[in-house]
Design a binder for this molecule. Sequence first.
Ligand code: GLC
Length: 747
Amino acid sequence: MTMLKTVYITLSAALLLAGVQASAQVPVYLDASAPLEDRVEDALSRMTLEEKVKMIHAQSKFSSRGVPRLGIPELWTSDGPHGIRAEAYWDEWNQAGWTNDSCVAFPALTCLAATWSEEMSYLYGKSIGEEALFRGKDVLLGPGVNIYRTPLNGRNFEYMGEDPYLAGEMVVPYIRGVQENGVAVCVKHFALNNHEVNRHNTNVVVDDRTLYEIYLPAFKAAVQKGHAWSVMGSYNLYRNRHASHNRYLLNDILKKEWGFDGAVISDWGATHDTMEAITDGLDLEFGTGTDGLHSSGGNSYDSYHLAFPYLELIRNGTVGTEELDDKVRRVLRLNFRTAMNRDKGFGSLCSEAHYEAARRIGGEGVVLLKNEGNVLPIDFGNPGTKILVVGENAIKMMTVGGGSSSLKVQREISPLEGIRERAGEGVEVLYARGYVGDVTGEYNGVTSGQDLSESRSAAELTQEAVSLAADADYVIFIGGLNKSRNQDCEDSDRKGLGLPYGQDEVISALAEVTDRLVYVNISGNAVAMPWIDEVEAVLQAWYIGSESGHVIADVLSGDTNPSGKLPFTFPARLEDCPAHLLGEYCGERVKDTLDIEYKEGIYVGYRWTDMQKKTRPLFAFGHGLSYTDFSYGKPVIDSRKMDRDGSVTVSVDVTNTGKRAGKEIVQLYISDLKSSLPRPVKELKGFRKVSLEPGETATVSFTIGSESLCFFDPASHSWVVEPGKFEAVIASSSDDIRGKAVFEVVE
Ligand code: GLC
């Protein structure tokens, strides 16, 4: 063996030994192969008191500090549920004017909920998670799952509707998709943030049964099935304590009952009390109403409740460090799952795959509410066809505005652009403004760049639209709401159920001169439609984001067969909504704490309308038509009896009896025919979206166990299944029942 080789081998052995010794000296918290809890404990043991306190509050508008000495990085958060917000200045809300932070705007979460498709939900989470990862974000501030209690709530568009089961089932795949990227979700706003006016000072008064059966289940699913890594406390109060430091919601329910091991992050400015912040469940304080670098002595992030004030209380012996260590453990766990997650990739931004995902999700979420005489789909390829598009929402950008979910998009295809792009040779697409809504287009320094100014009067605009409509083959009115204040916008609610800006008058005027009038409603909320009998077709088109125009054209032209169903009820009148008829709602801003009692209790949405004899909703929860038809066979149950721990399986054949492929959402509701406590007529406990070719039949089965039959018993503080008869109700919507099967729970 040559000398050289000997030296080489000796050197290699020495390096190997050194390497082994070196790897043996890698601290556990830096060892990605070590169990998470070992890494957490090791890091905690190495941190000083000051480092611990610095880790549990913000250091900038959207970031919190790590431990530089130990190589533990900062945590970066970003809004929002529909896309990754533009980079802001260190300590401001305004965007910093970067040129590489434009994003894809995915459809609003009401649209996702309206797909009733776990596949779309996972695709959504995966895609938006990739955008967050690429942008270096560790925590995505979303999704929101607050229950749709009133159609006036300015933020309903960010949430998943009125039914806790639908919201719970739809939020889980989104969470999985996001977190598989090594990005945490921050499920919000926990809890009872069901309107925006007085959101900071509303004390929600709600009974336990309603809380557990209606307002908590979607959050519980997010935590227990979705394994959300963080949860955002809301602004409002519950039992007179702010939700972001609330022992009942955070300590008793979220962490003890549900076993949540992640971090509770306050909403921005939702922390109001140092001692409660220490003892009542808050782990990471953000946005505490200070302008950290400009308006107060030093860096006022140190004046946060969980900053110097907390450190002072520890140093003077007023409080111990047990709560501190628990908070730091949770923030470290969040950090190891995200910023220090070595398995995560690089993500992607504005990829064609993401635009395709946005278009698919939108296409599955648009809801065909009415289609008299099958006026839809429109043949966009028939030369000589004249189409008139009317309405400000046909041209107005909807991704700018609405509050913290506002985005700086790389592109947004307007409905008019989408329709014009789809129109074939010889098909003429005209446009008339019809009405003037909100001509602004700016939020936190992001501007739409559109000049929507208009000098003509309402009468002139109506006259123009009507005269053009008279000789058009189709008139498509694209209206609804927008993202300005008192529309679909954070920190404000609508003042009424009706359409704003005089749209009703224009729609009725158009209906006089055409019998092919299609109304496309762009909104995140139900709206009143006094002209519903004068209009042949109605589409609920949501806020679809970057691909809005493509999706609307896809559906109008029939390239996409609509398959969405409503995730919330469209009441005919506001007073048909129980929150306004029975419950309390206050639309006026007040200064002091305001009790709002949810007197309607569990009877939210269809749970209420099912009990009404005289009033019917304009459109029911779960309603949505197709360009084809479906027939249902008789439901078949495999057993008439089950014990509490058992189950029964109900099956039903669904057939596409029409001439084109389509998707149907089969819904399972459960009726408890006899119970010791009053229960709704029926409650959604299952759904399945099936895709069927013409003539094709699918057998859809639902296995029903106790979790579908129980109710929350406040007296025993437990979920109870009582013996007795139940009905499995198979339906195409909450007001379109296709069959029932009775079964009995036996002792
Ligand atoms: C806002 C919203 C919350 C958002 C946060 C940061 O006030 O309530 O949803 O994530 O502040 O922008």
